[in-house]
Write a protein that binds this ligand. Structure first.
Ligand code: ATP
Ligand code: MG
Length: 277
């Protein structure tokens, strides 16, 4: 018999909770609002959702208590459990960094030799130090001057009189899976992944509409990548057209500026909800 439900573990509360629930929602997976704070299920997708501490998620997925999970790469690598990393999810971005006192002189990783470094990421730190031929003491406590911790903007470090000197790991939320899913679970995971990828694509792209004088169309079309090529429709006013296309978030502002210079007017940019190519 094939199991026809996919069990997913997500963070119970904390920095990944809201974005994880939002991802499920954007994938069209509605969660039942129950009183149960540990577990819920979806009405419209065969999925059970477990709410856990992020530290426990890799172990639960290794043990197949959950089939898949959403957790930071930092936790996945530190816990080093037997799970497969399936997909980067594009949220929860941060870095694991080495920080030292702001007034301390620092010239390269060699400066860490002989230091005591406090962290809750001993495995990742050990690997980083070994790769850099640094011998330092690792303490899983606070109180030392050198620390290794997660950073997103760096403002917390600054407020604590520290400066960031090395990056141990760039991290974001990822989807992990148990290594031995049965055929039914595998199929559900593929359906879920198909939706995740459509949501990710949509989040990274914007739909753009603009008006252009016809004599400027070749230049404007050249600037717009589009999925195939831009859509061009005549406006009621002679000599003008409406141009529609899709722009990636990355080079968005760059292209908008060039479009304006090329004579584009009335530029509208709208979010895309799902994008299937
Ligand atoms: P839990 O109670 O589930 O154990 P936690 O306190 O260990 O939660 P959070 O602080 O909620 O964890 O962070 C969860 C994850 O969010 C981190 O492991 C990391 O992947 C990501 N993250 C993103 N930005 C940051 C940041 N600035 N500081 C810490 N974690 C961050
Ligand atoms: Mg934790």
């Amino acid at each position: 018999m094939t199991v026809n439900k996919l069990k997913i573990a997500i963070q119970k509360s904390g920095r990944l909770y809201e974005d994880s629930v939002k991802l499920l929602k954007d994938c069209g997976i509605d969660l039942k609002n129950g009183v149960n704070k540990l577990k819920t299920e979806s009405d419209n997708f065969p999925m059970e959702i477990y709410f856990l501490r992020d530290d426990d998620i890799p172990q639960y997925v290794e043990d197949a208590v959950a089939d898949i999970g959403i957790v930071g790469e930092n936790v996945v690598y530190e816990k080093n459990k037997k799970v497969d990393l399936v997909e980067h999810l594009g949220f929860g971005k941060c870095r694991l960094s080495v920080a030292v006192g702001r007034s301390e002189s620092y010239d390269g990783v060699g400066s860490l030799n002989g230091k005591r470094i406090a962290t809750t990421y001993p495995l990742l730190l050990r690997r980083f130090l070994d790769n850099n031929n640094v011998s330092a003491e690792i303490h899983e406590i606070s109180g030392s001057v050198e620390i290794v911790d997660l950073v997103s903007s760096g403002s917390t470090l600054f407020m604590n009189g520290l400066k960031e000197v090395e990056t141990v790991l760039q991290s974001q939320a990822v989807l992990i899976r148990n290594e031995r899913l049965n055929a039914g679970q595998q199929l559900l995971l593929e359906r879920f992944l198909f939706r995740i990828r459509a949501v990710k694509k949509a989040r990274n792209n914007k739909y753009i509409l603009l008006n252009a004088p016809n004599d400027q169309l070749p230049e404007i079309i050249r600037l717009l990548p589009g999925m195939k090529s831009p859509t061009v429709l005549p406006l009621a006013e002679a000599g003008w057209s409406s141009v529609h296309s899709v722009l990636s978030e990355n080079d968005f502002w760059d292209i908008i500026e060039k479009l304006k210079e090329a004579g584009a007017q009335g530029i509208l940019v709208v979010p895309i909800e799902k994008m299937v190519i």
